[in-house]
Design a protein around this ligand. Structure first.
Ligand code: HEC
Length: 135
């Protein structure tokens, strides 16, 4: 009988400890979630080597000579105008697609396995090759 009581007490204590642990974990979870939220705007750094590879695999189809209204890389006038939109906007347009007065830029250039980073790198490579830069 005494043994059973000790067991029950032990169970009660560990139960209590679990509960209080759970409570604490929840609190710190919420804390880290709000920290993550504050950091959602990912800062990208361009990898031009990767950008070149992605461009040569995907974007070149339209952007080399200007197929379907795409700005050809040698068309510096158009790229100067495009660069003025800023890197963040251009990255967004490369990811989501963009319809302008010249034609339709398909989402991800139709490259379903290109990551957001791949697209960032490709845009940076294209701007550099066109001889312009964007903030
Ligand atoms: C099927 C053809 C096609 C392919 C492939 C393509 N683009 Fe485009 N892209 C376009 C067209 C067309 C426009 C211009 C739309 C306009 O200004 O009217 C454009 C415009 C853009 C712009 C400028 C967007 C803006 O806001 O002015 C960027 C940046 C861009 N493309 C990046 C890419 C990247 C990166 C790739 C490869 C991953 C790619 N494109 C592949 C057709 C293409």
């Amino acid at each position: 009988m005494k043994k059973l009581f000790v067991l029950m007490l032990a169970a009660a204590i560990s139960g209590f400890m679990l509960t209080s642990c759970g409570g604490n974990a929840k609190k710190s979870d919420t804390g880290s979630a709000s920290v993550t939220k504050a950091k959602t705007a990912k800062v990208y750094t361009a990898n031009l080597e990767n950008g070149k590879a992605v461009y040569n695999k995907v974007c070149i189809a339209c952007h080399m000579t200007g197929v379907a209204g795409a700005p050809a890389l040698k068309n510096k006038d158009r790229w100067t105008e495009i660069a003025a939109k800023g890197m963040k906007q251009l990255h967004h347009d490369a990811i989501n697609g963009f319809t302008g007065k010249f034609g339709v830029m398909p989402a991800r250039g139709s490259c379903t396995d290109c990551s957001d980073q791949d697209l960032y790198d490709a845009v940076a490579y294209m701007l550099k090759t066109a001889g312009v830069s964007a903030n």
